[in-house]
Design a protein around this ligand. Structure first.
Ligand code: SF4
Length: 446
């Protein structure tokens, strides 16, 4: 093996300028980085950390992408640097759950790794250090774009990770992978094989499905909830939720509010939600308000609804759907949804406006034709000085972004044509066809 003492480093953006970026991973939030580091160190490869400026002192630079905004952050930080242009003095390898489409940064990386890499990342890095070729179905050699499969973990990560910050990482152990629910918009569920039970009943943690909570009952809830209760609604009306694979009825929302009061855990609850879904209209939001108002809890219940705009995630049955940038969900931030007696339901903080939504879509549906728009999005100070709505309108006026925002026919080739997951493509297509054929979808499209 090569003398690889501190020849490998994770790229660290010391101070991410944008809060959506999670590339600063020294706080233990990005467990993927710590798993990869652990695998490499167990294989005898010492791993350091570098910045965009110090990357040139290493032979292999690993770049972690936990979200699409990390793709933007990398471009902002290194695309103008001479030492990051080809031919580079180091090999840049990107991976992580945010690695869905590397096209926008194909000149800044040499390899893109898709999915869970613990089974082959040590061989990949050692081969690279030894200047030997490495081929794997889940590795794309850039700048060429070729078919890849999302890699699966062979098992739950078996080792205890002792990281640089023991306070956060020392007690971590992987409890589950994947999700049995298969909501139609969920990239995670369609790209990660389920490896262990992950229901509330198994883990007893405070992040649970809303139906599990309702079914659990007040006594179980009272004894199990620690700290803030977090759950997900993922659709403002029964129609939207049932259409997109989350069978939460309106009466379940009412029941949850009353149950939280009975269990004495209604003081601080976060309810994740998705907005600007295909076919969504004001009447869907009215239903959410009405089912909150229908609740009559015995004690005060305070719920923050945290809405994120819908993204047509690759490899899901909703990947062919359109991106709806308006209405601007940011305008709802911290406003009330329902307020009466003991019920207080309101929009939370940090709701994404149309610009972060378009940014994510521009990464997810990047093609060489969107390079100029992507560069403007990342680098234009004029654009950044504009508000979210104004910036989006300026981008849409300057570039043809219809391939990024438009609805596709099911089966039509998408910008992410190169991705495959463990879920067969024909199954994903069939689910999408059934969804679009349902009257709740077709009739609402007018
Ligand atoms: S969104 Fe649905 S499929 Fe995805 S993890 Fe949550 S419950 Fe599971």
């Amino acid at each position: 093996m090569s003398d690889n003492n501190a020849s490998v480093a994770f790229l660290l953006f010391e101070k991410p300028r944008h809060k959506q970026s999670s590339a600063a991973f020294d706080d233990g939030n990005n467990m993927g980085v710590h798993v990869v580091r652990d695998v490499l160190e167990r294989a005898g490869v010492r791993v350091g950390y570098c910045t965009p400026e110090t990357a040139k002192h290493f032979r292999v630079v690993l770049v972690s992408f936990t979200s699409k905004h990390d793709v933007i952050e990398l471009y902002r930080r290194v695309s103008k640097r001479a030492d990051w242009q080809r031919p580079r003095s180091f090999v840049a390898i990107g991976g992580g759950s945010g690695m869905q489409n590397p096209v926008a940064i194909r000149n800044l990386l040499d390899m893109a790794v898709f999915g869970r890499s613990e089974a082959f990342v040590a061989e990949l890095v050692v081969s690279t250090l030894d200047a030997k070729p490495f081929e794997h179905p889940s590795v794309m050699h850039l700048p060429d774009v070729s078919d890849v499969e999302i890699a699966q973990a062979p098992c739950l990560y078996p080792n205890r990770i002792i990281g640089p910050d023991k306070r956060h990482i020392g007690g971590w152990s992987e409890a589950s992978i994947g999700c049995k629910n298969k909501c139609m918009f969920c990239h995670y569920a369609f790209t990660r094989k389920t490896l262990a039970g992950n229901s509330w009943n198994d883990s007893g943690n405070t992040e649970s499905t809303l139906l599990d909570l309702v079914n659990a009952g007040a006594t179980r809830l009272r004894s199990s909830i620690k700290g803030q209760l977090v759950t997900a609604l993922d659709g403002t009306s029964e129609r939207l939720r049932c259409l997109f694979g989350k069978p939460i009825k309106a009466h379940h929302v009412t029941a949850l509010i009353e149950l939280l009061a009975d269990a004495g855990v209604g003081h601080i609850v976060k309810l994740f939600n998705i907005g600007n879904f295909p076919t969504e209209s004001k009447s869907d939001w009215d239903e959410l308000r009405d089912c909150c108002l229908a609740a009559n809890p015995r004690a005060h219940v305070r719920i923050a609804v945290q809405t994120t705009p819908f993204q047509p995630e690759p490899l899901t049955p909703m990947q062919w759907e359109a991106v709806r940038l308006f209405p601007n969900l940011k305008r709802m931030e911290q406003s009330p949804i329902a307020r009466t007696g003991n019920v207080e339901v309101f929009h939370g903080r940090y709701v994404q406006g149309p610009m972060p939504q378009l940014s994510s879509a521009l990464v997810a549906r990047a093609t060489p034709q969107t390079d100029a728009a992507f560069a403007a999005l990342c680098m234009s100070s004029k654009l950044r000085a504009m508000g979210s709505e104004q910036g989006v309108r300026a981008l849409l006026k300057s570039f043809d972004l219809s391939p990024v925002t438009r609805e596709y026919e099911i089966g039509e080739q998408l910008p992410t044509w190169f991705l495959r997951s463990y879920t067969p493509t024909h199954k994903i297509e069939r689910m999408a066809q059934r969804m679009r054929a349902r009257p709740e979808y077709a009739n609402s499209k007018g």
